[in-house]
Design a binder for this molecule. Structure first.
Ligand code: 5GP
Length: 219
């Protein structure tokens, strides 16, 4: 994927390939909290806001949490190839609008995705080595259920369905580059932050290195 401007005089700001940083977990495993903390902590990271056909939940805001669209609009977006990836999740559809991701990468940002394993898989097919996939496990399924119940935004039937889906989601752990257990949110956040920082330092992402090394080694 394209990327950031070159800053040849500052080795800490060398031109670098933008990263598609995917966070997946079953709902309730703390992924949204971690995503919020990462975004607050890091100016170089921006969130991809998905479109969804699911209803808006209390506390959510259109355009911030999701772009809430109806099925007809979602189908139009699919037909017009406006999604980088999309998938059925529960009985709804979720997709990543392509334009915003491209704009963020072109502005030199890394992009954070809160998407499921299907989305992670599709992004990886498209962008390969520019994608970093992180999976967060809950400490246990009992703890996950308690967290969903505490959240009190869903009915018992919806929670049951989410638990069934969580079991399925967890089974896709081997499609990820990193896995973490969120039994302590601060510790898990620090782990994800470390991954982000280390991935940024990968030689293959630092496309401005050649010029820098040339300067360094030319007498
Ligand atoms: P929720 O309805 O709880 O906000 O999200 C349900 C699931 O859909 C979560 O696992 C979330 O990561 C996933 N999801 C959200 N947006 C997208 C998207 O654009 N693409 C895909 N593939 N999954 C998404």
């Amino acid at each position: 994927m394209p990327n950031s401007p070159a800053y040849p005089d500052d080795p800490h700001k060398l031109k670098r390939r933008g990263m598609l940083f995917v966070l997946s977990s079953p709902s309730g495993a703390g992924k949204s909290t971690i995503a919020r903390k990462l975004l607050a902590d890091d100016d170089g990271l921006q969130m991809s806001v998905s479109a969804t056909t699911r209803g808006i939940r209390p506390g959510e805001e259109d355009g911030r949490d999701y772009h809430f669209v109806d099925l007809e609009e979602f189908r139009r977006m699919v037909a017009d190839d406006e999604f980088l990836e999309w998938a059925h999740v529960f009985d709804n559809r979720y997709g990543t609008p392509r334009a915003q991701v491209e704009a963020m990468l072109a502005a030199g940002k890394d992009v954070l995705f809160d998407i499921d394993w299907q989305g992670a898989q599709q992004l990886f097919q498209i962008a390969g080595g520019d994608v970093v996939r992180v999976f967060i496990f809950p400490p246990s399924m009992e703890e996950l259920r308690q967290r969903l119940e505490r959240r009190a935004t869903d009915s018992v039937e919806v929670i049951d369905a989410r638990m069934a889906r969580a079991t399925n989601e967890v089974s896709h752990w081997d499609g990820y580059d990193y896995v973490l257990v969120n039994d302590d949110v601060e510790q898990c956040f620090q782990g994800v932050k470390t991954i982000l920082q280390a991935e940024r330092l990968k030689r293959s992402r630092q496309t401005g290195l050649i010029g820098f090394i040339r300067k360094l080694t030319t007498k």
